[in-house]
Design a protein around this ligand. Structure first.
Ligand SMILES: [Zn+2]
Ligand SMILES: [Zn+2]
Length: 177
């Protein structure tokens, strides 16, 4: 596969250093050119007052429609609590073999679980989540190899147990001509 450029578009306040560290990790996996940009959105359009969460399906559609460009994969980066109708919450989602994905920092921090905040753990979790969603946009599906980044994660601890990288089989799928 001809790996495309990757755009990380942030829709909440994030430290620039934090975003650059994520971009470095993403770059090491996909070997693509990474661009970081700021996006603008009225999040109130995506808020579900009953659930007090944000509709991830609608957000993903919005990113697809307004922020994707030919020959690039785009991940929208947020810090709000996402839901989709069948799940209590999700960390992110993406179109398989598509152009867009979304990921949220919400629920990835230790403080969501009553533990001391840790910036490094947060960075690791968020980077893995973003790499995972990008993997979907490149056509990868969930993988059962324990430390493969394409393994699905329900809890933040699940993310801690996997690595940043693709297992050999996923890597082969990604880079096959
Ligand atoms: Zn997934
Ligand atoms: Zn794998």
């Amino acid at each position: 596969m001809n790996l495309q450029n990757i755009s990380l578009i942030y829709f909440d306040y994030f430290e620039m250093d934090f975003l650059h560290e994520i971009a470095d990790k993403v770059q090491k996996v996909f070997l693509s050119k990474i661009q970081i940009r700021e996006g603008h959105i009225d999040l109130s359009d995506f808020y579900d007052a009953t659930r007090r969460q944000y509709n991830a399906n609608k957000l993903l559609q919005y990113i697809q429609k307004n922020y994707t460009s030919e020959g690039a994969k785009t991940i929208g980066i947020f810090n709000v609590d996402f839901f989709i109708p069948i799940f209590t919450y999700i960390f992110g989602q993406a179109y398989i073999n598509g152009q867009a994905g979304i990921a949220s920092l919400s629920r990835l921090g230790n403080e969501s679980y009553g533990i001391e905040p840790d910036e490094n753990i947060l960075l690791e979790r968020f980077s893995k989540e973003i790499i995972h969603e990008l993997g979907h946009t490149f056509g990868l599906i969930h993988c059962h190899v324990p430390d493969c980044v394409m393994r699905s994660s329900t809890y933040a601890e699940d993310i801690d147990q996997k690595g940043y990288n693709l297992c050999p089989k996923c890597r082969e799928t990604l880079f096959k001509p």
